[in-house]
Design a protein around this ligand. Structure first.
Ligand SMILES: O=C(O)c1cccc(C(=O)CC[C@H]2O[C@@H](n3cnc4c(=O)[nH]cnc43)[C@H](O)[C@@H]2O)c1
Ligand SMILES: [Zn+2]
Length: 405
């Protein structure tokens, strides 16, 4: 059998009605007799063509094979934002609950709305979607539906970055907020087989008060949710020096959380150094500008500090000009552990499968290379050893079955 049967309590098949009860582009099943193909023919931005690229084109057929392989590949995602994962379907549902919102609900209008002039514009739009989340039930709906969208892409495990400050500041009770995400997490694992964990991030631009509140929510024994594994720092970097948050990261780390700040997304390598030395970063969100500093590249490789690379995000926020100028290849060449992520997928017109296809093209990967990328994410995740072993096995079994003659 080419597609391994899901374990008894494992993820449902992609065509399980629990996963596809809403409209979605169908993913392909592995088919018998698939052979290795190179990934170098995938096109830009939406990297994998949806339709045929030519009736007799071997390159087009290889790209479609790789597309199908990626669609069925079990994956882990380490850098993806909670509100930033609200698909048009979810946004529409939230907007229907709160009709006074300015956020368009029509998917075509949303494409325009989600076209950004720069990073600051992106944050403005992001916060308008945050304004749609007003009740604990909104929080639960968003979280559960995001997990459903992940399951459709064979995401087995995700560390979802949540900004609790933005919700408590808008009047949602902290206890009710934690209960809502935990309830959704447990239901999503039971219903979709997708395991979720949380990263609580400080919205840096909102200042030290937001950092105080975030670390309180993350470390207060009466509030801290079971699924919380890490502590982050998001929002704009320009004018928001990382070292000011050292006491907050020290507290979070002392409470057993892992440190995963964004750094080097819109500022230079010095911000990545600050994240390492001041915030004790174990992985770096983006880290794009690290490519400008050979010593930093060597340090990241030597200390096995993984980068959470989000290629399409970097284009959408104009942090990088074109995909072909993305430094991901330099990271791999330097020996850095690279993981592939979608960041804010509907806002950037992407999803995790598309990001893998982009990576395949930029790194010239075949199926085994893609499987290795997927395993990188599992390896540097904060999942327990048994959970990691289970997903690693699934990736190996799936890949071996795909490549079997
Ligand atoms: O919630 C507020 O009231 C508030 C006030 C001032 C500033 C902020 C923020 O800066 C929120 C930023 C928000 O953006 C999230 N995010 C999503 N994608 C990215 C990314 O690629 N790079 C950095 N931040 C990102 C982040 O999680 C923050 O929640 C909020
Ligand atoms: Zn991010």
């Amino acid at each position: 059998m080419l597609r391994p049967a899901p374990p008894p309590h494992g993820p449902p098949a992609y065509d399980d009605p629990r996963v596809i009860d809403q409209p979605i582009t169908r993913v392909s099943r592995p088919r018998p007799g698939r052979r290795r193909s190179r990934g170098g023919t995938l096109t830009d931005h939406r990297a994998v063509p949806d339709g045929p690229t030519g009736p007799t084109s071997d390159a087009g057929s290889a790209a479609r094979d790789l597309h199908a392989f990626i669609a069925g590949l079990p994956k882990a995602e380490l850098h993806v934002h909670h509100v930033g994962s609200a698909s048009p379907r979810i946004v529409s549902e939230l907007a229907a609950r709160h009709p006074d919102s300015q956020v368009p609900t029509d998917p075509e209008a949303l494409v325009d709305y989600f076209t950004f002039t720069d990073f600051a514009h992106f944050i403005d739009v992001y916060l308008s979607v945050v304004d749609l989340i007003r009740t604990p039930e909104d929080v639960r709906l968003l979280t559960y539906e995001v997990a459903r969208d992940m399951a459709r892409q064979q995401v087995r495990y995700a560390e979802l970055t949540i900004t609790p400050y933005s919700s408590t500041k808008r009047g949602i009770d902290a206890r009710a907020f934690m209960d809502a995400i935990e309830d959704a997490r447990k239901a999503a694992e039971a219903d979709f087989g997708t395991v979720l964990r949380w990263c609580f991030d400080i919205p840096g631009e909102a200042g030290l008060a937001s950092a105080d509140e975030t670390v309180r929510l993350a470390t207060d024994d009466a509030l801290r949710p079971e699924g919380l594994v890490s502590f982050g720092l998001g929002g704009p970097e320009i004018g928001v020096p990382r070292p000011q948050f050292k006491p907050h990261f020290d507290r979070a780390v002392a409470a057993g959380l892992h440190s995963v700040p964004h750094a080097g997304e819109t500022t230079g390598p010095e911000t990545v150094w600050d994240a390492l030395t001041e915030l004790r970063a174990e992985r770096i969100g983006h880290g794009t500008s690290s490519a400008k500093d050979p010593k930093l590249l060597a340090h990241l490789a030597e200390h096995r500090i993984a980068l959470e690379v989000c290629p399409t995000s970097n284009i959408a926020t104009r942090a990088v000009r074109t995909l072909d100028e993305h430094p991901i290849k330099e990271f791999v060449r330097a020996g850095i552990l690279v993981t592939i992520n979608s960041d804010d997928p509907p806002m950037f017109g992407t999803d995790l499968n598309n990001e893998y296809a982009v990576a395949a093209r930029l790194l010239d990967l075949d199926e085994q290379g893609l499987a290795a990328l997927a395993k990188n994410a599992v390896e540097v995740s904060f999942l327990d050893a048994a959970g990691k072993a289970r997903i690693m096995d699934e990736i190996d079994t799936y890949t071996a079955a795909w490549l079997a003659p």
